[in-house]
Design a protein around this ligand. Structure first.
Ligand code: ZN
Length: 329
């Protein structure tokens, strides 16, 4: 697929740059900073890590937004058309945007799904979602590092003048992702083996479980669009009681109704289960907070899991920047 249906030479674009107000996208790219648009906050983090202030970076979805059911607003569509390049997360995470993204790409707009950098052999294929790999790949930091490198390669192709900057910035970010990956593995290894079970409201954590040695039990389908059945709840309650799992988790972008049903069901069997706290699944925390960054989101998740399941994480998490509620409260 070509980037532009009618390619303009760089010199031609520079000549047009004086009329930037008439030609917002391509002329802006030639005249100054490219405008890059991500769908989710996690993808915007990749763009910031690679491009820094060489680009104008924005994202469509903020804190607490569920990408599976997110419908584009009129202004989102305008933002996508104005952007020089669009970066979805991919693997149908943005289920309701697929058509628009396909149209943009068919019209010549560079559209790069972050997950497209991952080899098919590393993707998980959940039962009951035929043909659709699990899209929650950012939960395994080693996979998201590959997505980071894919963004570097794509931006280097689109804007070769910045390729050196992209390369050096990506190397720094990749080294930090390596450290975070090792931290996640080590901190979850402090949880007693029989309790390394993660129960959450939707199946966003399968990659995290595979990478860091947790068995993941979701009580809703792969998408928040489907409802959990009573039977499913009942079988999870039985497992919680028999393995003495001390905590289950809620998520920032999903209703906690089913998780509450588990806690009550376990209590009826005489097993006390705590709500281990709120995990970030599909959306990061509030902008401007540590949990509103990719590193902070993962740090929060793995450190909170380790603490609630009976492990011994450092109080401040990966970088001493976390402030989790202390256990026993
Ligand atoms: Zn999800």
């Amino acid at each position: 697929m070509s980037r532009r249906s009618a390619p303009l030479s760089r010199r031609h674009l520079l000549a047009l740059a004086g009329a930037a107000s008439l030609l917002p996208a391509s002329a802006r790219a030639a005249a100054g900073k490219p405008g890059l648009l991500a769908t989710t906050g996690q993808v915007a983090e990749l763009l910031r890590a690679v491009a820094g202030d060489t680009a104008e970076i924005s994202s469509l979805m903020g804190e607490g937004i569920d990408p599976h059911s997110y419908k584009l607003t009129r202004s989102d569509t305008v933002a996508m058309m104005r952007a020089d390049a669009v970066f979805p997360s991919g693997l149908f995470l943005e289920g309701k945007m697929t058509e628009t993204l396909d149209k943009l790409a068919a019209g010549g707009k560079p559209v790069h799904p972050a997950a497209s950098a991952l080899p098919a052999s590393l993707l998980l294929h959940p039962e009951g979602a035929e043909g659709h790999p699990d899209p929650h790949v950012w939960m395994d930091v080693s996979l998201w590092k590959r997505a980071l490198e894919g963004v570097r390669d794509k931006l280097s192709t689109l804007y070769p003048a910045h390729a050196d900057t992209y390369r050096s910035r990506t190397a720094i970010a990749a080294a930090e992702y390596d450290r975070l990956h090792a931290y996640a593995r080590d901190v979850l290894a402090t949880v007693p083996a029989e309790r390394r079970v993660l129960v959450t409201a939707h199946d966003a954590f399968s990659y995290l479980g595979r990478a860091y040695g947790l068995t993941v039990v979701g009580i809703q389908g792969i998408s928040t669009e489907s409802e959990a059945g009573l039977q499913r709840i009942e079988s999870v309650v039985t497992m919680l009681a028999s393995r003495k799992i001390p905590a289950v988790f809620v998520e920032s972008s999903v209703s906690d109704r089913n998780v509450q049903a588990l806690v009550q069901g376990a209590a009826a069997k005489g097993h006390k289960v705590a709500i281990g706290g709120q995990l970030y699944s599909d959306a990061m925390g509030a902008a401007g907070t540590y949990e509103g960054t990719y590193i902070g989101m993962i740090d929060h998740n793995v450190t909170l899991m380790a603490q609630a399941l009976g492990g011994s994480p450092p109080a401040g998490g990966f970088q001493g920047r976390l402030a989790l509620a202390q256990p026993g409260r």
